[in-house]
Each structure stands twice: as structure tokens, then as C-alpha cells.
Design a protein around this ligand. Structure first.
Ligand SMILES: [Zn+2]
Length: 236
């Protein structure tokens, strides 16, 4: 029997007309599958989902995006619908070794499975990255940004997503200052550069990112619709 992640990726490949699939690296002995649509000399957008395997709305939002088969012709797009396949298959945030993969970057000496994702990013050198996540605690959606000049674009993401769920109203989210659903990551000054998130890795390489979070207190259908709204905000 095929695993849920295999089934999902096979189905994804079928509907993702206009994208080519490729494999890179592996986590827990399962290949990571990515999809790309390359336009020469166009800006490059990378979208990742399910680095935490139990956050299903991101993969579903991406599925809706590719199934619609309407893509910009002035952007190169690379999609990684499921980074943590073990977690996706087992409803787990962590991988098979019980590791939070988003705390496993920026460690060149530790031969971690996140190496392959780091290498892909260095090769692709994206102009922007959108990371799709979910939050099981907070009541609304919110987005992290790496740089202040991303705030206007972040406002568009939040506005579009707010058609499907409330905007997070808390003044802080996991100790980060949150304003109208936008969190300017304080990794430039507050936290050490060695913090082992993918976001820190991106900032260390001067790559702007949006990390969008939907509240899991909503139905999966609504969360996926909010994720699609965030994807559309970036891909226009
Ligand atoms: Zn997450």
C-alpha cells in the first residue's frame, strides 16, 4: 500500500500540468518531491509546505493552486508540497527521529537531512520564499517577514487570507511582537544567527521570506482556502 504522502504526490503530479517534477535529497528514506515551472530570466519564487508534517493546509492550498492551472508567465515557480513526508504520513510535527526539521538548519557540521534543502535553495537562489505553516494554538492567521520592506506585501497576504479566517489579534505570538497579523522576525538583532530555523538560514543568505500560518482551530477546508489566498498573493 502506498503511503498518504505518496498518494498525495502522485495526485499532485497529475493535476500539476505545466510543472515538471523532480526529486532532491531524502528525509527518513523518502525522496522529497518538488515541482518547477521555469521562465528564463524571470524572478524565482520558492514555496515550501509541511516541514511540520501535521500541518496539512499548506499542501492542500498548493494542490488547489496547481489544479487550477492558471500561472503567471513572468515568474519561475518551484513548489515543495511536503518536506516532512514521515510527519505527513504519521500526523506528526517531527520527523522519524522525533526531530523538528525547522530546528535543524544552519548546522554545516551536523549531517542533517535539511542539507539537501539548503543546497537546493543555494542552487535556485530564489528572489522570495513563501513557507506554509499552521498553528494549533492561536485563533487567527498571521505571517512572519524577514525584512521591514516586505510589510506591504504581508498586508496583502493577510487581507486576502482574512476572507477565510480571522486575523490574529494577539499583540505577541510565541513571544514575538505581532501587529495586525504581521511579525517582523527579530533574528537580525534579538536572536542569535545560529538559530536553527529555515527562516534564519534564508536571512543569513539575504533571501526574503514570508512564513504564513493558519489557525488549526478552523476547518481544514477553510485553512486550505486561506493558504491558497496567501499563495495567490505572492504569485499574483
Ligand atoms: Zn509549522
Amino acid at each position: 500500500m502506498k503511503s498518504p504522502s505518496s498518494e498525495f504526490l502522485i495526485s499532485f503530479k497529475k493535476v500539476a500540468r505545466g510543472f515538471k517534477s523532480f526529486e532532491f535529497g531524502s528525509f527518513d528514506n523518502q525522496k522529497i518531491v518538488a515541482f518547477h515551472r521555469i521562465i528564463p530570466d524571470a524572478p524565482r519564487v520558492l514555496i515550501t509546505a509541511a516541514i511540520h508534517g501535521n500541518e496539512k493546509a499548506g499542501p492542500l492550498g498548493l494542490y488547489s493552486y496547481v489544479a487550477r492551472n492558471r500561472h503567471p508567465n513572468d515568474l519561475s515557480i518551484v513548489l515543495i508540497p511536503i518536506i516532512n513526508r514521515y510527519g505527513f504520513d504519521n500526523h506528526a510535527r517531527e520527523n522519524e527521529q522525533d526531530r523538528d526539521l525547522n530546528r535543524a538548519f544552519n548546522k554545516p557540521l551536523a549531517k542533517d537531512s535539511t542539507d539537501s534543502l539548503e543546497k537546493l535553495v543555494m542552487k535556485l537562489n530564489p528572489d522570495v520564499v513563501l513557507n506554509l505553516h499552521e498553528d494549533g494554538v492561536h485563533k487567527g492567521c498571521y505571517v512572519y517577514i524577514g525584512y521591514e520592506d516586505q510589510r506591504e506585501d504581508a498586508e496583502v497576504i493577510i487581507k486576502n487570507a482574512s476572507k477565510y479566517m480571522t486575523i490574529e489579534k494577539g499583540k505577541t505570538v510565541f513571544k514575538d511582537k505581532c501587529e495586525q497579523g504581521i511579525i517582523l522576525s527579530n533574528i537580525h538583532d534579538g536572536r542569535p544567527k545560529t538559530q536553527q530555523t529555515f527562516e534564519t538560514f534564508l536571512t543569513n543568505n539575504n533571501i526574503p521570506y514570508f512564513t504564513f500560518e493558519t489557525s488549526q482551530l478552523y476547518s481544514l477546508k477553510r485553512r486550505a482556502a486561506a493558504q491558497l489566498a496567501a499563495i495567490d498573493s505572492i504569485l499574483g
